[in-house]
Each structure stands twice: as structure tokens, then as C-alpha cells.
Ligand binder design. Structure first.
Ligand SMILES: [Zn+2]
Length: 383
């Protein structure tokens, strides 16, 4: 295996590598043109990248319009290395192993479990050890692991996890002791945004709204994830929709997530219909039958969520807002309902759409963190 893997890639090398990734296939002369580096440097650095098997030569290209020799085209080796992603929910763990370009190799899910500080390390270790065992041969092997935390994360520390006690856990230190690849953590809504940014869009300014039991936003501005001083940028679930409204565990009254979360919508609809349990599938069945109360429920959810989306558009002026919610995926017409509710002319040019990563946006964001670190490329796009 190549032993350069945990050193920080030098700036010019990362710049050239990023150019090759962006252009898919490119000659050395074009790399020099794009990066502004001289041909000798480009030649030396591409040789190193070839030796490291991070790129390879594909074919002889067409002669340039200035004549001369036909160039040899370079391309990114999308199978040069592997990354691991974890989504740590309060009642599930999902682990995925992928090549560095996000091509998934294996997925392991443990559902309906209780995730606690005491058990998390062993649960993760089992999955990681399995991935190590079955990993396909690559020049660099596993080059990073990133775990999504449902709570506040600041500078690689878990600050607060409202739904479980991972803020009491030392699993990150334990993982670092057991494995030699770098390990990262990040808030799940932030990772969802990074997943969309890296794997599904060309946009530089993107907001991803994650709606589960709570509501959070991940914000990417000019290609950079916004986290704020305390790691809580984008906590729009706790923006106030109704002053003096319903009490929220955060200490406020009338927070958006007390009205527009999926859970609230299911609970209210359940009460109305005398149902013990409601999820997106059950609600969809009523919507398909044109049930008036079901149609009203989705209309109301979209109207309330659109207030949060309106406010975040006004604050961050994104090019696109991506909705990451099982409810909106199951009933895609709700995206149109939200768009209709956004009446401000400031919102006119903003694209609103569902995630293109199904329920895996967070995991793809986790791949992106490890890939960015290994390649030393900040605004990495792998589409
Ligand atoms: Zn709140």
C-alpha cells in the first residue's frame, strides 16, 4: 500500500488534482493553463500523482489547435481509496463503505436498537472490522471515517445530543486508538448539505433542510459549510414561528419544529383519525384517496415549513434549497406546495427540490468530509 496517505497534500498538488477531478479528462497542457502553474511543475506533480495511483493516463487526445504532439489525457482514479461513513441515530446505526468517489461498496444497518454512550464503540467496531475485512484492494486502502451525530458538534467535539447520551461518550478517542485512519464527526444536517453539495449539484450556495423529529438546516456558502461560533448555525427548528406558542425543550416558546416537524404532522393526523400510529406511508394512502383532512394536513405542514425556508432564504441567499424529509420524499407534491407558499419575489430565483440522495444524504456528506481531508480539496465536487 502507498504510504503517503495521512500527510497533508501540498497545495499545488491538491490544486492540480482538483482540476483533474473537475475536468474529468484533461491534458497536462490544459492543467497548466487552468492552474497557472508552469509546465515543468505540472509535469513533476502529475508524475507524483501517477506514482501514487491517484490519477491515471487514459488515452491519446486530439492534437491541440496550436499543433504539436498529441497529448496524453489524465483522469482521476475514482477507485484509489476507500472511505467509511456512519449515521448514528438515537435508535439506529448505519454504516457505509465506499470508494472515494462515493460508489458504495457495502452498507450495514442496525435498526430499532438503543444507541448509548456505553455501547456505541463496540457497535461501530463490529461494522468497521467487517468493512476492513471485505474491502476491495485499492492503492491507499481506507483513508478516513466520518460519523454523523444528531446533535451539536463543535471542533470535533460533541457538545450536546438531545435524543441520546453520546455527549457523554469517549467513542471517538477509542476509535482513534484502534484505527490508524483519521476519524471525524459532524452534525447530521450539516453533512446532508455537504452530501448534496459534493455529489448532486454544481451550486456553490446551497441550503439543505433536514426534517425528522426535529428540523435543522445545513448551510453551504461559497462552497464552505457554515457552522457558526458554537456549531449551531442552521438550527432553524428553533427559530420562533409563534411568540408565546408551544413550549420547546430548547427553552423557547413557539419554535418551528413544534409545528412543522414530521412527527407533529403525524401526531396531529393520528388524533384526527383516531390512529395509534401514522407515518409517511399511511399519510400517503389517505392523500391518494383525496381525503380532505389528509390534504389539509400536508398543506398545513408545507405552509409552516415554508416560513422557515423563507427565513433562511432571506438570511443566506442560496441558489438552491434541498428538502431532506421522508414525508416529502413519499409525497413529492409537497415540494410544490412549499414553492407555492413562497410568495416573496426574493424567493423567485431560488430552486426548491427534494434530495437526490434518498435517505442517504447524511452518509454521502460523511464520505465528502473524509474525501476532502484525504485529497486536501475544500470545495470538492464528485459528480
Ligand atoms: Zn426550540
Amino acid at each position: 500500500m502507498i504510504s503517503t496517505k495521512y500527510t497533508i497534500r501540498e497545495h499545488n498538488e491538491a490544486n492540480i488534482l482538483n482540476t483533474i477531478i473537475r475536468k474529468k479528462e484533461i491534458s497536462r497542457a490544459e492543467v497548466a493553463q487552468q492552474t497557472g502553474l508552469n509546465k515543468a511543475s505540472v509535469s513533476a506533480i502529475t508524475k507524483k500523482l501517477l506514482d501514487d495511483q491517484l490519477i491515471f493516463e487514459t488515452r491519446v487526445g486530439d492534437a491541440s489547435n496550436v499543433g504539436g504532439r498529441k497529448p496524453i489525457m489524465l483522469t482521476f482514479n475514482r477507485k484509489s481509496s476507500l472511505v467509511i461513513a456512519f449515521d448514528l441515530g438515537y435508535n439506529y446505526i448505519e454504516g457505509m463503505l465506499a470508494f472515494i468517489d462515493g460508489t458504495v461498496v457495502d452498507t450495514i444497518s442496525k435498526r430499532r436498537i438503543t444507541v448509548t454512550a456505553a455501547t456505541i464503540f463496540n457497535e461501530m467496531k463490529q461494522i468497521i472490522d467487517h468493512f476492513i475485512e471485505i474491502q476491495p484492494p485499492t492503492p491507499h486502502g481506507i483513508v478516513g471515517l466520518t460519523a454523523a451525530i444528531h446533535g451539536l458538534v463543535k471542533q470535533e467535539k460533541i457538545i450536546f445530543t438531545p435524543y441520546y447520551d453520546l455527549d457523554q461518550s469517549t467513542f471517538i478517542e477509542e476509535l482513534q486508538k484502534n484505527y490508524d485512519f483519521p476519524i471525524f464527526i459532524q452534525n447530521e444536517a450539516n453533512l446532508a448539505a455537504l452530501g448534496e453539495y459534493t455529489f448532486t449539484s454544481q451550486y456553490q450556495n446551497l441550503v439543505s433542510i433536514s426534517v425528522h423529529s426535529g428540523i435543522g438546516a445545513g448551510i453551504v456558502t461559497s462552497g464552505k459549510l457554515q457552522q457558526g461560533k458554537h456549531g449551531q448555525a442552521g438550527e432553524i427548528g428553533h427559530s420562533i414561528l409563534y411568540p408565546n406558542g408551544r413550549e420547546c425543550p430548547c427553552g423557547n416558546h413557539g419554535c418551528l419544529e413544534q409545528y412543522a416537524s414530521n412527527k407533529v404532522t403525524y401526531d396531529q393526523f393520528g388524533k384526527l383519525k383516531n390512529l395509534d400510529y401514522v407515518n409517511s406511508e399511511i399519510l400517503l394512502r389517505y392523500v391518494e384517496k383525496q381525503d380532505t383532512e389528509a390534504l389539509a394536513a400536508i398543506q398545513q405542514n408545507a405552509a409552516l415549513l415554508s416560513v422557515g425556508i423563507n427565513n433562511i432564504i432571506m438570511m443566506y441567499d442560496p441558489e438552491i434549497v434541498v428538502i431532506n424529509s421522508s414525508l416529502y420524499r413519499r409525497i413529492p407534491q409537497m415540494v410544490n406546495l412549499v414553492t407555492e407558499e413562497l410568495k416573496s419575489r426574493f424567493s423567485e430565483s431560488v430552486i426548491i427540490r427534494n434530495t437526490l440522495l434518498e435517505d442517504k444524504a447524511t452518509l454521502y456528506g460523511a464520505f465528502a468530509v473524509s474525501a476532502q481531508n484525504f485529497l486536501n480539496i475544500q470545495k470538492l465536487k464528485l459528480i
